[in-house]
Design a binder for this molecule. Structure first.
Ligand code: GLY
Ligand code: GLY
Length: 276
């Protein structure tokens, strides 16, 4: 896989792995790997995030750690390059889990987070037209995410997104909702989701997969069962990264494609466009 996106995924995997190799936590590896993807502008996250129907880029991100079960998230944050780091700051510096909207942006400003070079003012839009557009949403994917396991046996998961193709201003997807887009528990595993957020929220997919892991299912089986239910019950479309504290993992999707990869330090990182 030699596309720009493929090369960027490889770079992100290398950044994450080298951190783990030097003793960093899974949480830091996840955050730093996602920062590579957010900065690239090649994915629907960070500088490449989709615009909402009023022309504004509002982004969502979350991160969670499996030892402490600590989590942080931001929803509808604007104007910064790295929402995943804003999510980490919410986790580290506040007693809260989720900050949303203009006050999430203000929080990021307080920490002097790097700003995106061009931020647009909202443009006029009509709900009549917008509601027609959102009814025919053919989602292009591109949420970014990562899971990691560190040498202390702790797992972490994170995700960052600009949402979906056609969305009303203010729409929030699964990505910043703990248990939906992301979950991590050392007694089960770490899960990061991509796909159409409305379906992922309704089945609390990340936590559902973790619950099956905790009951002894393999990552492949847990992912398959939950994705099958998502498709069968609500015609959802999603993909997941799943990793256990024992180092077992799977990458699975109900969508035709999902570009993803893995690396454990030998050879070059494996990156593919489909996983079956
Ligand atoms: N709906 C965008 C994604 O999850 O990839
Ligand atoms: N999965 C990302 C979103 O639906 O916003």
């Amino acid at each position: 896989m030699t596309s720009p996106q493929g090369a960027c995924l490889r770079a992100a995997l290398q950044v994450g792995y080298h951190l783990l190799d030097r003793g960093s936590s899974a949480l830091v590896a996840v955050e730093q790997a996602i920062r590579v993807l957010e900065r690239s502008g090649l994915f629907n996250a960070g500088t490449g995030a989709h615009l909402q129907l009023d022309g504004v880029r509002r982004m969502d991100a979350s991160i969670m750690e499996g030892h402490s079960l600590c989590a942080g998230a931001v929803a509808s944050i604007e104007g910064i390059v790295h929402p995943i780091t804003a999510a980490h700051l919410v986790m580290e510096h506040t007693p809260h889990v989720l900050l949303a909207g203009p006050m999430a942006t203000k929080f990021a400003r307080h920490f002097k987070m790097e700003r995106q070079p061009f931020t647009r003012r909202p443009r006029r839009f009509s709900y009549d037209t917008a509601l027609r557009k959102t009814a025919h949403n053919r989602d292009r994917h591109g949420t970014v995410g990562a899971v990691a396991l560190d040498r202390f046996g702790t797992v972490a998961a994170g995700a960052s997104t600009g949402g979906i193709d056609c969305m009303l201003p203010g729409r929030v997807g699964d990505t910043p909702i703990i248990g939906c887009g992301v979950y991590a528990d050392n007694e089960a595993g770490a899960v990061s989701m991509t796909g159409l957020g409305e379906g992922i929220i309704r089945l609390a997919v990340a936590k559902s997969i973790c619950d099956l892991l905790e009951r002894g299912k393999t990552p492949a089986m847990a992912a398959r069962l939950v994705l099958q239910k998502l498709v069968a019950r609500i015609h959802g479309a999603a993909g997941c990264l799943v990793l256990t504290p024992q180092g077992r993992f799977t990458i699975r999707h109900s969508t035709p494609h999902m570009m993803a990869g893995y690396w454990a330090g030998r050879g070059i990182p494996v990156v593919n466009d489909t996983f079956r």
